[in-house]
Write a protein that binds this ligand. Sequence first.
Ligand code: ADP
Ligand code: ADP
Length: 229
Amino acid sequence: AAIIEVDNLAYQYEDGTKALQDINLCIEENARVAILGPNGAGKSTLLFHLNALYLAQQGSVKIDFKEVSHQNKDWVRSQVGLVFQDPDDQIFSTTVFEDVAFGLLNFGWEDSEEIKVRVEWALKAVNILDLKDKPPHNLSYGQKKRVAIAGILAIEPKIIIFDEPMAYLDPKGQEEFLNIINQLHEREKTLLVVTHDIDFAAEWADTIIVIKDGKVLATGGTKLLSNLD
Ligand code: ADP
Ligand code: ADP
C-alpha cells in the first residue's frame, strides 16, 4: 500500500522562488527510493514537507493516509525520520548517549530504562555503542553521521529519509551505511535516499524519482536510469 502520497504540491519561498510546482508522488511501503536531481532542484524542500518541517502551501502530503498538518506534526515526525546531510545540523548534546536520546525525550518518553534500551539498540545498529559517553563534537565526520542516524533509528520511524548520506564518507563508511540501510529494509522501513550517485541508485533502489526545476521529471523503476543523460 502507499505510505507516502503527495498530490499537486507546490511551494514558494518568501523571496518568490518557486521551489516546488505540481509535485505528484506515490511511494509504497518498504520501498527503496533514490531521489536524484541537480543542486537547487527542490529535493530538500520536498523532503522537508514529508516530515512537517514545511507545510503544503498548495496541494497535500499524506503519510499513511493522514494529511500532514500543523496539528499532527509530532505524529508525522514519529513516523518520518529525516537524517540531514550535515550531522552538525542535528547533533547538540554533551554526550552521544544524550544526543541519541534527544528525540525520545522530545516525544515525552520518561522511563529512563526504556530510553536506555532503545538508545543502546540504536547505537549498536550503527556500530558505535563504545562511543556512548563521548562528546559528539570531537568525533570524526563518519562517526557523527552515525550518531545522527542512531538518533533517528531510536525513534523507530516507519519512513527514514537520508539526504546525501554517502557524501564525504570513505569507502568503509559507505559500505557500513549500505549495511545499515539493507538492515532497515529488512525491518520493513520505507527508505528515501537523496543521492548524486547513479551507480548506487541503480544497484540499491527499486524506485527512482528525478526532480528538476521544482518538478518531478521522471519516476519509476531503475530502468528509467538508462534514459537519463
Ligand atoms: P544537494 O542538492 O546536493 O542536496 P544542496 O544545494 O541542498 O545540495 O546543498 C547541500 C547542503 O549545503 C544543504 O544542507 C544546504 O542547506 C547547504 N547549502 C547549500 N547552499 C549553501 C550555501 N550557499 N551556504 C551554506 N550552506 C549551503
Ligand atoms: P535541492 O535540495 O535540490 O538542492 P532546494 O530544495 O534546497 O534544492 O532548493 C530549491 C530551490 O529553492 C533553489 O532554487 C534554492 O535556491 C531555493 N531555496 C532553498 N531554500 C531557500 C530559502 N530559504 N529561501 C529562498 N529560496 C530558497
